[in-house]
Design a protein around this ligand. Structure first.
Ligand code: DOR
Ligand code: ZN
Length: 346
């Protein structure tokens, strides 16, 4: 008997599209399957002002394949010099849907991020007033904290104090990778949400390091030990409204991943929905895929669920996803879960 699953057209609440040739190459991989995506602002230079967000949105729309029903939801990159009036105007006009906080040095193109959180307090207070969500890359960056502990330490020393001191602030814990993140999100109220990536449901740190280093599994926050992956899977597949899909699909050219100092990022736009169907089926939770990928995100962001639908069908033979997406400057490797996947978008 053919197994199919129909869900509202999903959204991606955390996506890197880049710009120029890379944008043109990767955007169709997302716009084919997703109705909307929260677009990360970590370009070089970053998207800091409303004018820059408008111009970037227009470049995305210009690169969109004809006929694809896709809306980019723009964000601003928070700096210590962000103008709260410009931010508020961009949010209130609907141009941006959120603001992204990168601790300085946390990841790709985060040098302009926040060094001293006290310096952005007035901006965050303004965001709380107007209801603008803050998307947080939740890792401390000080050299004395082990890279596998950076998320847990961030929650205790930065995130929790911040939320207590600005209680109305709506916060998305982006790409959580630990049981600590799951537990904190679960204990939160309706001002708190958490995104989970596709790849963190599939790999743990052994996948990166055992049997030779696998640069295409390296991303930030780095995948943690198996107990954490299991906590993420339980959270994502539970249907709990705090958790929603943010792929963090982050394209880098292969030669910059397969490098002495390789870039962080997994490119999952191409096969995310089939991979999620696989994971949710393994957890006996296909009935909760719609909540995770299509319903909980819009509920947090105060947007309607997409009216279009997506159907996934379990095939008789493993699906052959493309291994690489070509760009004029070289290929981008598509995330390989390391096992056959039978689900496909049909
Ligand atoms: O792995 C990652 N890649 N994590 C991030 O936070 C940024 C992203 C990128 O932009 O490549
Ligand atoms: Zn990201």
């Amino acid at each position: 008997m053919t197994q199919t699953l129909t869900i509202p057209r999903p959204d991606d609440w955390h996506l890197h599209l880049r710009d120029g040739d890379m944008l043109a190459a990767v955007l169709p991989e997302t716009s084919r399957d997703f109705g909307r995506a929260i677009i990360m602002p970590n370009l070089v230079p970053p998207v800091v002002t409303g004018d820059q967000a408008r111009a970037y949105r227009d470049r995305i729309l210009a690169a969109l394949p004809e006929g694809d029903d896709f809306t980019p939801l723009m964000t601003l990159y928070l700096t210590e010099d962000t103008d709260p009036n410009d931010l508020a105007a961009a949010f209130e006009s609907g141009l941006i849907r959120a603001v992204k906080l990168y601790p300085a040095g946390a990841t790709t193109n985060s040098a302009s991020g926040v060094r001293n959180f006290e310096n952005v307090r007035p901006i965050l207070e303004r965001m709380a007033e107007i209801g603008c969500p803050l998307c947080v890359h939740g890792e401390v960056t000080t050299a004395d904290v082990d890279i596998f502990d950076r998320e847990a330490v961030f929650i205790d020393t930065v995130l929790d104090p911040l939320r207590r001191s600005i209680p109305g602030l709506r916060v998305v814990m982006e790409h959580i990778t630990t049981k600590d993140g799951v537990d904190y999100a679960m204990a939160g109220d309706d001002t708190l949400g958490a995104t989970i990536t596709t790849h963190h449901l599939i790999i743990n740190r052994n996948h990166i390091l055992v049997g030779g280093i696998k640069p295409h599994y390296y991303c930030l926050p780095v995948a943690k030990r198996e107990t954490h992956r299991l906590a993420l899977r339980a959270a994502a597949t539970s249907g709990n409204k705090r958790f929603f899909l943010g792929t963090d699909s982050a394209p880098h050219l292969d030669h910059l991943k397969e490098h002495a100092c390789g870039c962080a990022g997994c490119f999952t736009a191409t096969n995310t929905m089939p991979l999620l169907a696989h994971v949710f089926e393994e957890e006996n939770a296909l009935q909760n895929l719609a909540a995770f990928a299509s319903q909980n995100g819009p509920a947090f962001y105060g947007l309607p669920v997409n009216t279009a639908t997506m159907t996934l069908t379990k095939q008789d033979a493993p699906v052959a996803f493309p291994n690489k997406i070509p760009t004029p400057n070289g290929p981008v490797t598509v995330f390989d879960p390391g096992y056959p996947v039978y689900w496909n978008v049909t």
